[in-house]
Design a protein around this ligand. Structure first.
Ligand SMILES: Cc1ncc(COP(=O)(O)O)c(C=O)c1O
Length: 351
């Protein structure tokens, strides 16, 4: 039986043989005492990659984001974030629970905000004079927008607007390397503009787990205390960090291939008559609105699973997505281009 082509997310990857070897041979120490050489190396490498002074290794990108929000605020402050961003939708109200932040969501355009929106939202309210917008969190690539990328000039406009309004700026760059690959810029060009930036190891980079928060030396020293409070200070964490170092050496260049495969998949699906908006395919996500095929989402996903190809739901009730990653080959894309139209084909007739 042919294997299932798993396009649900780039989080489903298995460590490669090379990565498993790096894990097996990792030199480790007590990370909580800052004695793990593999963790220290990973932190140094990521800080450099993201154009920041320092970085701290944590188990998940959610924890990295949550620590960042705490660093930039006091309880009762306001977080500004795009309405469908990960910190708003998927972090279980962590901004309120951990940092005591009130979140003000702003309507995005492809996951992006404008400088005017930020200026308006950051302006002091005459009614509630004490309410202080303290931090703006942006996401690049933007997951719920379908892996959309921030053009650098637009990003700069929003970051400057936030700074002029006295806000700290955080980047949820879980997939920043896909953005950098799409724009053919160094990741530091994007992340270096922010006070803090998160990067995730367990998405396009293909590691089993792990994330880092990067920022100034002073902020990352403070982040260490928060990491302890979150229960995220570890022991021989180099076992995992070694996978991260391996991924930086072997899995960064290839992210352009994931983006290119998503593009080819999207174009093939359009050629087969399926409703994919090619303008929105900028990195490794392909979104498909199944309502335009007369299908509901659960039915579409069930048909696809039955055919041997895994897609997943999105925050948008009628949109499903396919995500390319380390374990998706050119042949998988060819096969997906046969399976997906065939599985959804009955829907086309009913439109
Ligand atoms: C944009 C974004 N930020 C943060 C995260 C959180 O990552 P983790 O599952 O490592 O906490 C995700 C995970 O999907 C994400 O897509």
């Amino acid at each position: 039986m042919p294997r299932v082509i798993d396009l649900r997310s780039d989080t489903v990857t298995q460590p490669t043989p090379g990565m498993r070897k790096a894990i097996a041979e990792a030199v480790v120490g007590d990370e909580q005492k800052r004695e793990d050489p593999s963790v220290l190396e990973l932190e140094r490498r990521v800080a450099e990659l993201l154009g920041q002074e320092a970085a701290v290794f944590v188990p998940t990108a959610t924890m990295a984001n949550q620590i960042a929000l705490k660093l930039h605020s006091r309880p009762g402050d306001v977080l500004l974030a795009e309405e469908h961003s990960h910190v708003v939708v998927y972090e279980y109200g962590g901004a309120a629970a951990h940092a005591g932040l009130m979140t003000r969501v702003l309507a995005g355009n492809g996951g992006r905000l404008s400088g005017d929106q930020v200026r308006e939202a950051a302006a002091p309210s005459s009614k509630v004079a004490d309410q202080r917008a303290a931090v703006l969190s942006l996401e690049d690539t933007h997951n719920n927008a379908g892996g959309r990328v921030w053009p650098l000039a637009e990003l700069e406009g929003v970051v400057s607007a936030a700074r002029e309004a006295g806000l700290a700026v955080h980047l949820d760059g879980a997939r920043i390397l896909n953005a950098a690959a799409a724009q053919r810029v160094a990741p530091a060009e994007i992340a270096g503009r922010f006070d803090t930036a998160t990067i995730c190891l367990s998405k396009g980079l293909g590691c089993p787990l792990g994330a880092l928060l990067a920022g100034s030396r002073e902020l990352i020293d403070r982040a260490w205390r928060e990491k302890h409070l979150f229960g995220g200070a570890m022991r021989q964490a180099g076992i995992v960090a070694a996978a991260g170092v391996y991924a930086l050496d072997h899995h960064v260049e290839r992210l352009a291939d994931d983006n290119a495969r998503a593009r080819r998949l999207a174009e093939g699906l359009v050629a087969a008559g399926l409703p994919v908006d090619l303008e929105r395919v900028e990195t490794n996500f392909v979104q498909l609105d199944v309502s335009l095929l007369g299908l509901d989402r659960a039915d579409a996903l069930a048909r696809l699973a039955e055919a041997g190809v895994g897609l997943s739901s999105t925050i948008h009730p009628t949109v499903v997505r396919a995500v390319t990653h380390l374990d998706v080959t050119d042949e998988d894309v060819d096969r997906a281009l046969e399976l997906i139209p065939a599985a959804l084909g009955a829907g086309i007739a009913s439109v």
